[in-house]
Design a protein around this ligand. Structure first.
Ligand code: NAD
Length: 290
């Protein structure tokens, strides 16, 4: 069923979409970039150009390649008929709303080749729900890039209940080909794997602050110079193996009881959000950002 992947259609040219389009173009694939209007596409292309220039300065383009070579592989469209026709792999990074994604994918299905792969870059919507509206649900899979997608290596490849294994495998292989470090997740779950882990750590970081044990800067120092270094090399599970599972077992017997595994967002986080202190984007979060 799965065909040779030669042409990419990239739906959405915003924060994630412009970056995935760049990655495919840098890897040598022709990319059909689709957004709702020419103005949005122009803005997306401007971001792609600016990131491609940074890639060039950092020596990240293939030998002999210029920014113009990369950009020349990208063509822009404001409709799915022209955007999806002839594409072998279609990646979507549009608004995170189930009904919108379902509508867009059913429209794309009318024009895409029958054996094209559909990949959604949803942060956490259920692929089973997205694919349920398709005539061929087995062709849809999640390819969850991490932001900034042009720099972060991980892509979580997550099947829905109907996703064909060959679709997952081909997506995994394509991500590897464009230089990513894909992770094949066995089944869908809220937050997939990366966001579950991220939230578990953040939950405890907020608890630590809330209980007055340490401030934000101290927590970040502890993580950067211990867990961060270690996890960058071997990950948390191998770290536990290396440390000795008996030790982690013994620590678990007394420590887990003392940790708050509450199911509500931290009151500290809620207070920040209510005060409009949303982090770097508003100039203040747990830190001041100028
Ligand atoms: P964004 O708002 O920056 O970009 C969305 C783009 O899609 C816009 O350019 C918009 O005009 C376009 N668009 C909207 N409807 C469209 C349609 N029907 N057809 C074509 N284009 C359309 O959003 P984003 O941050 O890039 O997020 C996009 C998706 O990626 C979401 O599902 C989000 O959850 C996911 N995601 C985001 C991040 C992140 O950190 N921003 C990380 C991973 C995944």
């Amino acid at each position: 069923m799965v065909r040779d992947i030669r042409t990419i259609a990239n739906i959405g040219s915003g924060t994630m979409g412009h970056a995935t389009a760049l990655q495919f173009a840098v890897a040598g694939y022709p990319v059909k970039l689709v957004d709702c209007s020419q103005e949005l596409l122009d803005a997306g292309m401007a971001r792609i150009r600016s990131d491609a220039e940074e890639f060039a300065q950092a020596g990240l383009l293939a030998q002999g390649e210029s920014v113009e070579d990369v950009l020349s592989r990208i063509t822009t469209y404001t409709d799915y008929e022209h955007g999806a026709t002839g594409a072998d792999f279609i990646i979507e990074s549009i608004v995170e709303k189930l009904d919108v994604k379902q509508k867009v994918w059913s429209e794309i299905e009318q024009y895409a080749p029958e054996d094209a792969i559909f990949a959604t870059n949803t942060s956490g919507l259920s692929p089973t729900s997205i694919q349920s509206v398709l005539k061929h649900p087995e062709r849809l899979v999640v390819a969850h890039f991490w932001n900034p997608a042009q720099l972060m290596p991980l892509v979580e490849v997550v099947p829905g209940e109907s996703t064909a294994e060959e679709v997952e495998d081909a997506t995994f292989e394509l991500m590897r080909k464009i230089g990513k470090k894909p992770a094949k997740i066995r089944k869908e779950s809220l937050g997939f794997v990366g966001n579950r882990l991220q939230l578990a750590v953040l939950r405890e970081a907020f608890n630590i602050m809330n209980e007055g044990i340490a401030d934000a800067e101290t927590i970040d120092t502890v993580v950067k110079y211990s867990l961060g270094r270690r996890w960058n090399l071997v990950g948390p599970v191998a770290s536990a193996d290396l440390g000795g599972l008996d030790t982690f077992y013994n620590v678990s017997t007394y420590l887990l009881k003392d940790m708050d595994n509450g199911t509500e967002p931290s009151p500290l986080l809620e207070a920040k959000v209510q005060a409009g202190d949303l982090g770097a984007k508003t100039g203040r979060g747990f830190y001041e950002w100028t």
